[in-house]
Ligand binder design. Structure first.
Ligand code: GLN
Length: 547
Protein backbone atom coordinates (compact mmCIF):
# COMPACT_ATOMS: atom_id res chain seq x y z
CA UNK A 1 0.00 0.00 0.00
CA UNK A 2 1.30 3.46 -0.89
CA UNK A 3 2.04 6.06 1.75
CA UNK A 4 1.31 9.74 1.20
CA UNK A 5 3.36 12.90 1.65
CA UNK A 6 1.31 16.09 1.30
CA UNK A 7 3.14 19.36 0.74
CA UNK A 8 1.44 22.71 1.35
CA UNK A 9 2.82 26.23 1.05
CA UNK A 10 2.55 29.18 3.36
CA UNK A 11 3.28 32.91 3.62
CA UNK A 12 3.85 33.67 -0.08
CA UNK A 13 3.49 31.95 -3.42
CA UNK A 14 6.56 31.02 -5.50
CA UNK A 15 8.29 29.90 -2.32
CA UNK A 16 9.81 26.90 -4.10
CA UNK A 17 7.34 24.19 -3.14
CA UNK A 18 7.59 22.49 -6.52
CA UNK A 19 11.37 22.24 -6.29
CA UNK A 20 11.09 21.01 -2.67
CA UNK A 21 8.66 18.26 -3.76
CA UNK A 22 10.84 17.31 -6.73
CA UNK A 23 13.89 17.22 -4.43
CA UNK A 24 12.16 15.01 -1.87
CA UNK A 25 11.42 12.68 -4.78
CA UNK A 26 15.11 12.64 -5.73
CA UNK A 27 16.09 11.82 -2.15
CA UNK A 28 13.55 9.02 -1.74
CA UNK A 29 14.39 7.49 -5.12
CA UNK A 30 18.09 7.51 -4.21
CA UNK A 31 17.13 5.30 -1.24
CA UNK A 32 15.43 2.75 -3.43
CA UNK A 33 11.95 4.01 -2.53
CA UNK A 34 9.62 4.24 -5.54
CA UNK A 35 7.69 7.49 -5.87
CA UNK A 36 4.96 9.02 -7.94
CA UNK A 37 3.88 12.64 -7.81
CA UNK A 38 0.71 14.65 -8.14
CA UNK A 39 0.13 18.41 -8.37
CA UNK A 40 -3.21 19.86 -7.27
CA UNK A 41 -4.10 23.16 -8.95
CA UNK A 42 -7.01 25.07 -7.41
CA UNK A 43 -8.01 27.04 -10.54
CA UNK A 44 -11.22 26.25 -12.42
CA UNK A 45 -9.66 25.62 -15.83
CA UNK A 46 -9.81 21.93 -16.66
CA UNK A 47 -6.14 22.14 -17.61
CA UNK A 48 -3.69 24.96 -18.37
CA UNK A 49 -3.77 24.20 -22.12
CA UNK A 50 -5.98 27.18 -22.89
CA UNK A 51 -4.15 29.65 -20.63
CA UNK A 52 -1.72 32.29 -21.85
CA UNK A 53 1.91 31.61 -20.90
CA UNK A 54 1.82 35.01 -19.17
CA UNK A 55 -0.86 33.64 -16.82
CA UNK A 56 0.61 30.27 -16.24
CA UNK A 57 4.14 29.91 -17.57
CA UNK A 58 4.99 26.87 -19.65
CA UNK A 59 2.42 24.17 -20.34
CA UNK A 60 4.21 20.89 -19.68
CA UNK A 61 3.06 17.97 -21.85
CA UNK A 62 3.17 14.42 -20.48
CA UNK A 63 3.91 11.43 -22.70
CA UNK A 64 0.23 10.46 -22.67
CA UNK A 65 -0.71 13.93 -23.92
CA UNK A 66 -1.94 15.79 -20.83
CA UNK A 67 -1.34 19.55 -20.79
CA UNK A 68 -0.14 20.21 -17.27
CA UNK A 69 1.55 22.51 -14.80
CA UNK A 70 5.26 23.24 -15.24
CA UNK A 71 5.99 21.72 -11.83
CA UNK A 72 5.51 18.32 -13.47
CA UNK A 73 8.56 19.14 -15.55
CA UNK A 74 10.58 19.59 -12.40
CA UNK A 75 9.28 16.32 -10.98
CA UNK A 76 10.26 14.49 -14.18
CA UNK A 77 13.71 16.11 -14.35
CA UNK A 78 14.56 15.63 -10.67
CA UNK A 79 13.14 12.15 -10.16
CA UNK A 80 13.80 10.95 -13.71
CA UNK A 81 10.33 9.51 -14.16
CA UNK A 82 7.61 9.86 -16.77
CA UNK A 83 4.32 11.08 -15.37
CA UNK A 84 0.85 10.81 -16.85
CA UNK A 85 -2.42 12.72 -16.85
CA UNK A 86 -3.09 11.30 -13.37
CA UNK A 87 -0.39 13.60 -11.99
CA UNK A 88 -2.09 16.95 -12.47
CA UNK A 89 -5.49 17.62 -10.93
CA UNK A 90 -7.34 20.89 -11.18
CA UNK A 91 -10.52 22.11 -9.48
CA UNK A 92 -11.95 22.35 -13.00
CA UNK A 93 -11.45 18.59 -13.53
CA UNK A 94 -12.90 17.71 -10.13
CA UNK A 95 -16.01 19.86 -10.52
CA UNK A 96 -16.69 18.77 -14.12
CA UNK A 97 -16.46 15.15 -13.06
CA UNK A 98 -18.78 15.63 -10.04
CA UNK A 99 -21.29 17.58 -12.12
CA UNK A 100 -21.20 14.97 -14.92
CA UNK A 101 -21.97 12.27 -12.32
CA UNK A 102 -24.82 14.34 -10.94
CA UNK A 103 -26.30 14.78 -14.43
CA UNK A 104 -25.99 11.04 -15.04
CA UNK A 105 -27.97 10.44 -11.87
CA UNK A 106 -25.17 8.76 -9.92
CA UNK A 107 -26.12 10.59 -6.72
CA UNK A 108 -29.86 10.29 -7.25
CA UNK A 109 -31.77 11.94 -4.45
CA UNK A 110 -28.69 13.46 -2.83
CA UNK A 111 -27.70 17.07 -2.37
CA UNK A 112 -24.26 17.48 -3.93
CA UNK A 113 -21.85 19.23 -1.61
CA UNK A 114 -18.19 20.16 -1.37
CA UNK A 115 -17.91 17.75 1.57
CA UNK A 116 -18.23 14.84 0.92
CA UNK A 117 -18.78 14.77 -2.86
CA UNK A 118 -16.02 17.07 -4.04
CA UNK A 119 -13.56 15.90 -1.39
CA UNK A 120 -14.33 12.24 -2.22
CA UNK A 121 -13.65 12.93 -5.89
CA UNK A 122 -10.29 14.49 -4.93
CA UNK A 123 -9.36 11.57 -2.67
CA UNK A 124 -10.30 9.11 -5.41
CA UNK A 125 -7.70 10.76 -7.63
CA UNK A 126 -5.02 10.24 -4.93
CA UNK A 127 -6.01 6.61 -4.56
CA UNK A 128 -6.20 6.06 -8.32
CA UNK A 129 -2.61 7.23 -8.74
CA UNK A 130 -1.54 5.01 -5.85
CA UNK A 131 -3.23 1.97 -7.41
CA UNK A 132 -1.92 2.61 -10.90
CA UNK A 133 1.65 3.55 -9.98
CA UNK A 134 2.03 1.09 -7.08
CA UNK A 135 4.65 3.53 -5.78
CA UNK A 136 5.87 3.25 -2.19
CA UNK A 137 5.26 6.95 -1.69
CA UNK A 138 2.86 9.33 -3.44
CA UNK A 139 4.08 12.91 -3.15
CA UNK A 140 1.24 15.40 -3.48
CA UNK A 141 1.79 19.13 -3.85
CA UNK A 142 -1.12 21.42 -3.08
CA UNK A 143 -0.86 24.46 -5.36
CA UNK A 144 -1.43 27.96 -4.02
CA UNK A 145 -0.91 29.17 -0.48
CA UNK A 146 -2.69 28.10 2.71
CA UNK A 147 -5.45 30.64 3.32
CA UNK A 148 -6.58 30.85 -0.33
CA UNK A 149 -10.33 30.35 -0.62
CA UNK A 150 -10.13 28.13 -3.69
CA UNK A 151 -7.64 25.73 -2.09
CA UNK A 152 -9.93 24.74 0.78
CA UNK A 153 -11.52 21.60 -0.76
CA UNK A 154 -8.04 20.23 -1.48
CA UNK A 155 -6.87 20.94 2.07
CA UNK A 156 -9.99 19.31 3.50
CA UNK A 157 -9.37 16.25 1.30
CA UNK A 158 -5.76 15.89 2.43
CA UNK A 159 -6.89 16.31 6.07
CA UNK A 160 -9.30 13.41 5.65
CA UNK A 161 -6.53 11.23 4.19
CA UNK A 162 -4.91 10.83 7.60
CA UNK A 163 -7.94 8.78 8.60
CA UNK A 164 -8.44 7.08 5.22
CA UNK A 165 -4.85 5.90 4.73
CA UNK A 166 -3.99 5.46 8.42
CA UNK A 167 -2.27 7.89 10.72
CA UNK A 168 1.21 6.42 10.19
CA UNK A 169 0.94 6.39 6.42
CA UNK A 170 0.51 10.13 5.93
CA UNK A 171 2.97 12.96 6.39
CA UNK A 172 2.26 16.68 6.10
CA UNK A 173 5.07 19.03 5.07
CA UNK A 174 4.56 22.79 5.10
CA UNK A 175 6.93 25.03 3.11
CA UNK A 176 7.14 28.61 4.36
CA UNK A 177 9.26 31.72 3.96
CA UNK A 178 11.22 33.50 6.71
CA UNK A 179 11.30 37.11 5.51
CA UNK A 180 14.38 39.20 6.24
CA UNK A 181 13.99 42.66 7.74
CA UNK A 182 16.82 44.87 6.56
CA UNK A 183 16.33 47.52 9.24
CA UNK A 184 16.83 45.12 12.14
CA UNK A 185 18.84 42.59 10.12
CA UNK A 186 16.82 39.62 11.24
CA UNK A 187 14.70 36.81 9.89
CA UNK A 188 11.11 36.77 11.11
CA UNK A 189 9.16 33.65 12.08
CA UNK A 190 5.76 35.25 12.74
CA UNK A 191 4.35 34.71 9.21
CA UNK A 192 5.29 31.02 9.53
CA UNK A 193 3.49 30.81 12.88
CA UNK A 194 0.38 32.41 11.36
CA UNK A 195 0.44 30.15 8.36
CA UNK A 196 0.74 27.04 10.57
CA UNK A 197 -2.14 28.36 12.72
CA UNK A 198 -4.22 28.65 9.57
CA UNK A 199 -3.42 25.03 8.69
CA UNK A 200 -4.30 23.83 12.20
CA UNK A 201 -7.58 25.78 12.10
CA UNK A 202 -8.66 23.48 9.29
CA UNK A 203 -7.37 20.43 11.12
CA UNK A 204 -3.91 19.83 9.68
CA UNK A 205 -0.94 19.72 12.03
CA UNK A 206 2.24 19.77 9.94
CA UNK A 207 4.84 17.11 10.73
CA UNK A 208 7.68 18.92 8.97
CA UNK A 209 8.26 22.60 8.21
CA UNK A 210 10.68 23.58 5.46
CA UNK A 211 11.81 27.17 6.04
CA UNK A 212 12.90 29.00 2.92
CA UNK A 213 15.20 31.94 3.45
CA UNK A 214 17.75 34.06 1.66
CA UNK A 215 19.94 34.11 4.78
CA UNK A 216 21.30 31.42 7.11
CA UNK A 217 18.79 30.35 9.76
CA UNK A 218 20.16 30.42 13.30
CA UNK A 219 19.48 27.53 15.66
CA UNK A 220 17.39 29.63 18.05
CA UNK A 221 14.95 30.35 15.21
CA UNK A 222 14.47 26.65 14.67
CA UNK A 223 13.79 26.31 18.42
CA UNK A 224 11.24 29.08 18.22
CA UNK A 225 9.42 27.61 15.21
CA UNK A 226 9.50 24.18 16.86
CA UNK A 227 7.93 25.59 20.05
CA UNK A 228 5.24 27.75 18.46
CA UNK A 229 4.31 25.37 15.68
CA UNK A 230 4.51 22.16 17.72
CA UNK A 231 6.94 20.48 15.34
CA UNK A 232 10.07 18.61 16.50
CA UNK A 233 13.19 20.67 16.09
CA UNK A 234 14.74 18.05 13.78
CA UNK A 235 11.67 18.49 11.58
CA UNK A 236 12.21 22.23 11.17
CA UNK A 237 14.32 22.09 8.03
CA UNK A 238 16.16 25.21 6.86
CA UNK A 239 16.37 25.69 3.12
CA UNK A 240 18.56 28.65 2.34
CA UNK A 241 18.55 29.93 -1.27
CA UNK A 242 21.17 28.18 -3.40
CA UNK A 243 22.72 29.12 -6.72
CA UNK A 244 21.12 26.28 -8.67
CA UNK A 245 17.81 24.51 -8.01
CA UNK A 246 19.57 21.19 -8.62
CA UNK A 247 21.39 21.69 -5.32
CA UNK A 248 18.17 21.54 -3.28
CA UNK A 249 18.06 17.71 -2.93
CA UNK A 250 21.60 17.83 -1.50
CA UNK A 251 20.71 20.59 0.97
CA UNK A 252 17.55 18.83 2.14
CA UNK A 253 19.38 15.51 2.49
CA UNK A 254 22.11 17.21 4.52
CA UNK A 255 19.45 18.64 6.82
CA UNK A 256 18.16 15.13 7.50
CA UNK A 257 15.08 15.15 5.28
CA UNK A 258 15.61 11.62 3.93
CA UNK A 259 15.96 9.98 7.35
CA UNK A 260 13.06 11.95 8.71
CA UNK A 261 10.61 10.77 6.04
CA UNK A 262 11.88 7.18 6.19
CA UNK A 263 11.48 7.14 10.01
CA UNK A 264 8.11 8.86 10.17
CA UNK A 265 6.56 6.68 7.49
CA UNK A 266 8.44 3.50 8.56
CA UNK A 267 9.72 3.00 5.02
CA UNK A 268 12.22 0.34 4.06
CA UNK A 269 15.13 2.21 2.54
CA UNK A 270 18.38 1.10 1.01
CA UNK A 271 21.38 3.37 1.60
CA UNK A 272 20.87 6.72 0.03
CA UNK A 273 23.31 7.37 -2.77
CA UNK A 274 23.18 10.84 -4.23
CA UNK A 275 26.76 10.72 -5.53
CA UNK A 276 25.84 10.92 -9.22
CA UNK A 277 23.57 13.89 -8.48
CA UNK A 278 26.28 15.48 -6.33
CA UNK A 279 28.84 15.17 -9.15
CA UNK A 280 26.41 16.81 -11.54
CA UNK A 281 25.86 19.75 -9.14
CA UNK A 282 29.59 20.12 -8.51
CA UNK A 283 30.21 20.33 -12.25
CA UNK A 284 27.31 22.76 -12.68
CA UNK A 285 28.78 25.12 -10.11
CA UNK A 286 32.31 25.06 -11.48
CA UNK A 287 33.17 27.95 -13.79
CA UNK A 288 33.35 26.99 -17.47
CA UNK A 289 33.87 28.77 -20.76
CA UNK A 290 30.59 30.39 -21.80
CA UNK A 291 28.37 29.39 -24.69
CA UNK A 292 26.20 32.30 -25.85
CA UNK A 293 22.72 31.36 -26.94
CA UNK A 294 19.91 33.69 -28.01
CA UNK A 295 16.34 32.57 -27.51
CA UNK A 296 14.02 34.50 -29.80
CA UNK A 297 10.42 34.11 -28.71
CA UNK A 298 7.08 35.71 -28.12
CA UNK A 299 6.80 35.41 -24.36
CA UNK A 300 10.40 36.16 -23.29
CA UNK A 301 9.35 38.72 -20.66
CA UNK A 302 8.33 35.77 -18.50
CA UNK A 303 11.14 33.21 -18.41
CA UNK A 304 8.78 30.60 -16.96
CA UNK A 305 7.10 30.46 -20.39
CA UNK A 306 10.09 28.51 -21.66
CA UNK A 307 11.05 26.75 -18.43
CA UNK A 308 11.86 23.33 -19.91
CA UNK A 309 13.71 24.88 -22.88
CA UNK A 310 15.99 26.80 -20.51
CA UNK A 311 16.62 23.69 -18.40
CA UNK A 312 17.30 21.53 -21.47
CA UNK A 313 19.85 24.12 -22.68
CA UNK A 314 21.49 24.08 -19.24
CA UNK A 315 21.73 20.27 -19.31
CA UNK A 316 23.28 20.32 -22.78
CA UNK A 317 25.75 23.07 -21.86
CA UNK A 318 26.80 21.09 -18.79
CA UNK A 319 27.41 18.02 -20.97
CA UNK A 320 29.91 20.09 -22.98
CA UNK A 321 31.42 21.74 -19.86
CA UNK A 322 30.10 25.16 -20.82
CA UNK A 323 28.26 27.84 -18.87
CA UNK A 324 25.04 28.70 -20.60
CA UNK A 325 24.73 32.42 -21.26
CA UNK A 326 21.19 32.83 -22.43
CA UNK A 327 19.89 36.07 -23.92
CA UNK A 328 16.14 36.42 -24.16
CA UNK A 329 15.18 38.33 -27.30
CA UNK A 330 11.58 39.49 -27.89
CA UNK A 331 10.70 38.45 -31.45
CA UNK A 332 8.32 41.37 -31.81
CA UNK A 333 11.14 43.84 -31.37
CA UNK A 334 13.18 42.27 -34.18
CA UNK A 335 10.21 42.72 -36.51
CA UNK A 336 10.65 46.48 -36.53
CA UNK A 337 14.44 46.46 -36.96
CA UNK A 338 16.21 46.68 -40.32
CA UNK A 339 19.40 45.22 -38.93
CA UNK A 340 18.96 42.53 -36.31
CA UNK A 341 22.69 41.87 -36.14
CA UNK A 342 23.06 44.22 -33.17
CA UNK A 343 20.80 41.88 -31.20
CA UNK A 344 22.13 38.55 -32.43
CA UNK A 345 25.79 39.37 -33.05
CA UNK A 346 26.89 37.55 -29.93
CA UNK A 347 24.90 34.38 -30.60
CA UNK A 348 26.84 31.18 -31.08
CA UNK A 349 23.50 29.41 -31.33
CA UNK A 350 19.88 30.51 -31.79
CA UNK A 351 16.74 28.86 -30.45
CA UNK A 352 13.23 29.66 -31.66
CA UNK A 353 10.84 27.91 -29.29
CA UNK A 354 7.13 27.04 -29.51
CA UNK A 355 4.29 29.53 -29.63
CA UNK A 356 0.88 30.40 -30.98
CA UNK A 357 -0.55 33.37 -32.86
CA UNK A 358 0.75 36.08 -35.10
CA UNK A 359 2.66 38.37 -32.75
CA UNK A 360 6.41 38.32 -33.38
CA UNK A 361 6.28 35.81 -36.25
CA UNK A 362 8.06 38.06 -38.77
CA UNK A 363 10.80 38.63 -36.16
CA UNK A 364 11.27 34.88 -35.83
CA UNK A 365 11.39 34.47 -39.61
CA UNK A 366 14.09 37.17 -39.78
CA UNK A 367 15.95 35.27 -37.06
CA UNK A 368 15.85 32.01 -39.02
CA UNK A 369 17.16 33.90 -42.06
CA UNK A 370 19.96 35.39 -39.97
CA UNK A 371 20.93 31.93 -38.68
CA UNK A 372 20.91 30.43 -42.17
CA UNK A 373 22.83 33.24 -43.82
CA UNK A 374 25.40 33.58 -41.03
CA UNK A 375 25.65 29.79 -40.59
CA UNK A 376 24.79 30.00 -36.92
CA UNK A 377 23.54 26.76 -35.32
CA UNK A 378 19.77 26.90 -35.00
CA UNK A 379 17.30 24.80 -33.05
CA UNK A 380 13.64 25.26 -33.94
CA UNK A 381 11.12 23.81 -31.55
CA UNK A 382 7.65 23.22 -32.99
CA UNK A 383 6.78 26.78 -34.10
CA UNK A 384 10.57 27.24 -34.47
CA UNK A 385 10.60 24.48 -37.11
CA UNK A 386 7.60 25.98 -38.92
CA UNK A 387 9.35 29.37 -38.99
CA UNK A 388 12.49 27.73 -40.38
CA UNK A 389 10.48 26.15 -43.22
CA UNK A 390 8.68 29.44 -44.02
CA UNK A 391 11.97 31.33 -44.15
CA UNK A 392 13.63 28.71 -46.36
CA UNK A 393 10.64 28.67 -48.72
CA UNK A 394 10.53 32.48 -48.99
CA UNK A 395 14.09 32.28 -50.23
CA UNK A 396 13.36 29.44 -52.67
CA UNK A 397 10.13 30.90 -54.09
CA UNK A 398 11.45 34.48 -53.96
CA UNK A 399 8.12 35.57 -52.51
CA UNK A 400 6.93 37.04 -49.25
CA UNK A 401 3.54 35.39 -49.68
CA UNK A 402 4.88 32.22 -48.09
CA UNK A 403 3.38 31.48 -44.71
CA UNK A 404 1.62 29.20 -42.30
CA UNK A 405 -2.16 29.37 -42.60
CA UNK A 406 -2.12 30.06 -38.86
CA UNK A 407 -0.82 33.56 -39.64
CA UNK A 408 -2.14 34.21 -43.15
CA UNK A 409 -5.32 32.39 -44.23
CA UNK A 410 -4.51 32.51 -47.94
CA UNK A 411 -0.83 32.86 -48.88
CA UNK A 412 0.44 31.96 -52.36
CA UNK A 413 2.63 29.27 -50.77
CA UNK A 414 0.99 27.79 -47.64
CA UNK A 415 4.07 25.76 -46.65
CA UNK A 416 2.67 25.14 -43.16
CA UNK A 417 -0.98 24.16 -42.97
CA UNK A 418 -3.56 22.82 -40.55
CA UNK A 419 -3.32 19.06 -40.06
CA UNK A 420 -6.22 17.27 -41.83
CA UNK A 421 -7.57 15.84 -38.57
CA UNK A 422 -7.63 19.37 -37.09
CA UNK A 423 -9.78 20.84 -39.87
CA UNK A 424 -13.19 20.33 -38.28
CA UNK A 425 -12.23 21.01 -34.68
CA UNK A 426 -13.86 24.10 -33.18
CA UNK A 427 -13.31 23.54 -29.45
CA UNK A 428 -10.02 24.78 -28.01
CA UNK A 429 -9.50 22.57 -24.93
CA UNK A 430 -7.31 19.46 -25.32
CA UNK A 431 -7.86 19.23 -29.07
CA UNK A 432 -4.32 19.65 -30.42
CA UNK A 433 -2.08 16.77 -31.49
CA UNK A 434 -0.77 16.00 -28.02
CA UNK A 435 1.75 13.71 -26.38
CA UNK A 436 4.04 11.00 -27.69
CA UNK A 437 4.04 10.03 -31.36
CA UNK A 438 6.59 7.83 -33.13
CA UNK A 439 9.02 9.31 -35.61
CA UNK A 440 11.25 7.47 -38.07
CA UNK A 441 14.73 8.94 -38.44
CA UNK A 442 16.30 9.22 -41.87
CA UNK A 443 19.87 7.84 -41.86
CA UNK A 444 22.72 10.19 -42.56
CA UNK A 445 20.94 13.28 -41.26
CA UNK A 446 22.03 15.50 -38.36
CA UNK A 447 18.99 14.31 -36.43
CA UNK A 448 19.81 10.62 -36.92
CA UNK A 449 23.37 11.36 -35.85
CA UNK A 450 22.13 13.07 -32.68
CA UNK A 451 19.93 10.13 -31.69
CA UNK A 452 22.62 7.72 -32.87
CA UNK A 453 19.98 5.49 -34.43
CA UNK A 454 19.57 4.10 -37.91
CA UNK A 455 16.00 4.04 -39.21
CA UNK A 456 14.87 3.35 -35.71
CA UNK A 457 11.77 4.91 -34.19
CA UNK A 458 11.96 7.59 -31.60
CA UNK A 459 9.03 8.80 -29.52
CA UNK A 460 8.64 12.51 -28.83
CA UNK A 461 5.99 14.76 -27.29
CA UNK A 462 3.84 17.02 -29.45
CA UNK A 463 1.52 19.98 -28.96
CA UNK A 464 0.43 21.56 -32.24
CA UNK A 465 -2.29 21.91 -34.87
CA UNK A 466 -0.25 22.84 -37.95
CA UNK A 467 2.29 20.85 -39.96
CA UNK A 468 4.67 20.96 -42.95
CA UNK A 469 2.52 20.99 -46.10
CA UNK A 470 3.46 17.94 -48.19
CA UNK A 471 2.70 19.77 -51.45
CA UNK A 472 5.99 21.62 -50.99
CA UNK A 473 8.18 18.72 -49.91
CA UNK A 474 9.84 18.10 -53.24
CA UNK A 475 10.50 21.73 -54.24
CA UNK A 476 12.12 22.52 -50.90
CA UNK A 477 14.01 19.23 -50.68
CA UNK A 478 15.59 19.94 -54.06
CA UNK A 479 16.94 23.23 -52.69
CA UNK A 480 18.45 21.67 -49.57
CA UNK A 481 15.74 21.43 -46.92
CA UNK A 482 16.38 17.90 -45.74
CA UNK A 483 13.62 15.78 -44.23
CA UNK A 484 15.23 13.97 -41.33
CA UNK A 485 12.30 12.58 -39.36
CA UNK A 486 8.93 11.34 -40.63
CA UNK A 487 5.86 9.77 -39.06
CA UNK A 488 5.91 5.97 -39.65
CA UNK A 489 3.38 6.33 -42.50
CA UNK A 490 5.61 9.11 -43.92
CA UNK A 491 2.62 11.45 -44.02
CA UNK A 492 3.98 13.98 -41.49
CA UNK A 493 7.33 15.74 -41.46
CA UNK A 494 8.51 15.63 -37.84
CA UNK A 495 12.10 16.89 -38.24
CA UNK A 496 13.80 18.82 -41.02
CA UNK A 497 17.16 20.49 -41.41
CA UNK A 498 19.05 22.93 -43.61
CA UNK A 499 21.87 21.27 -45.50
CA UNK A 500 24.31 24.16 -45.80
CA UNK A 501 24.47 25.07 -42.14
CA UNK A 502 26.74 23.47 -39.53
CA UNK A 503 23.62 22.54 -37.56
CA UNK A 504 20.17 23.88 -38.36
CA UNK A 505 17.44 21.55 -37.21
CA UNK A 506 13.75 22.08 -36.57
CA UNK A 507 11.46 19.55 -34.97
CA UNK A 508 7.68 19.53 -34.87
CA UNK A 509 7.77 18.13 -31.32
CA UNK A 510 9.07 19.40 -27.98
CA UNK A 511 12.33 17.62 -27.12
CA UNK A 512 12.83 19.95 -24.14
CA UNK A 513 10.36 17.90 -22.07
CA UNK A 514 12.54 14.81 -22.26
CA UNK A 515 15.83 16.36 -21.13
CA UNK A 516 17.40 15.40 -17.79
CA UNK A 517 20.26 17.12 -15.93
CA UNK A 518 22.45 14.03 -16.23
CA UNK A 519 21.13 13.04 -19.65
CA UNK A 520 20.66 15.97 -22.04
CA UNK A 521 18.29 15.49 -24.93
CA UNK A 522 20.27 14.46 -28.07
CA UNK A 523 19.04 17.42 -30.16
CA UNK A 524 19.89 19.96 -27.46
CA UNK A 525 23.21 18.22 -26.85
CA UNK A 526 24.24 18.38 -30.50
CA UNK A 527 22.92 21.92 -30.91
CA UNK A 528 25.17 23.16 -28.08
CA UNK A 529 27.94 20.89 -29.40
CA UNK A 530 27.76 22.73 -32.73
CA UNK A 531 27.38 26.17 -31.10
CA UNK A 532 30.13 25.97 -28.50
CA UNK A 533 33.03 26.55 -30.84
CA UNK A 534 31.43 29.02 -33.23
CA UNK A 535 33.50 32.18 -33.35
CA UNK A 536 31.60 35.41 -33.90
CA UNK A 537 33.62 38.28 -35.16
CA UNK A 538 32.96 41.49 -33.29
CA UNK A 539 30.90 39.64 -30.71
CA UNK A 540 30.08 41.56 -27.61
CA UNK A 541 27.50 41.03 -24.91
CA UNK A 542 24.12 41.21 -26.62
CA UNK A 543 22.28 44.46 -26.00
CA UNK A 544 19.66 44.26 -23.30
CA UNK A 545 16.34 44.80 -25.00
CA UNK A 546 13.39 46.69 -23.67
CA UNK A 547 9.86 46.75 -25.01
N1 GLN B 1 1.17 27.28 -33.38
C1 GLN B 1 1.82 26.14 -33.96
C2 GLN B 1 0.86 24.99 -34.17
O1 GLN B 1 -0.18 24.93 -33.55
C3 GLN B 1 3.01 25.70 -33.14
C4 GLN B 1 2.65 25.16 -31.80
C5 GLN B 1 3.81 25.07 -30.85
O2 GLN B 1 4.83 25.70 -31.05
N2 GLN B 1 3.65 24.31 -29.78
O3 GLN B 1 1.12 24.13 -34.95
Amino acid sequence: MSKYVFVTGGVVSSVGKGIAVASIGTILKSRGISVSVQKLDPYLNVDPGTMSPYQHGEVFVTQDGAETDLDLGNYERFIDISLTQDSNITSGQIYSSVIAKERRGDFLGGTIQVVPHVTNEIKNRFKRLAEKSKADVILIEVGGTVGDIEGLPFLEAIRQMRKDAGRDNVLYIHVTLLPYLGSTQELKTKPTQHSVNELRRIGIQPDVIICRSDYPIADNLRDKISLFCDVDKEAVIPLVTVSTVYEVPLVLEEQGMGNLIVDRLSLTAKGGDLSEWRNMVTRLKEPHKPVNICLVGKYVELEDSYYSVREALKHAALFHDRDLKLTWVPAEQLEKMDDIDSCLRNAQGIVVPGGFGNRGIEGMIKTARYAREHKIPYLGLCLGMQVMVIEFARDVFKSVSVNSTEFDPDPTYPVIDLMPDQKNIASKGHTMRLGNYPCKLIPGTMAAKAYQQEIVMIQERHRHRFEYNNDFRQALQEKGLVLSGLSPDERLVEICEVKDNPWMVGCQFHPEFGSRPNRPHPLFRDFIGAAKDILREGAQPALPLTN
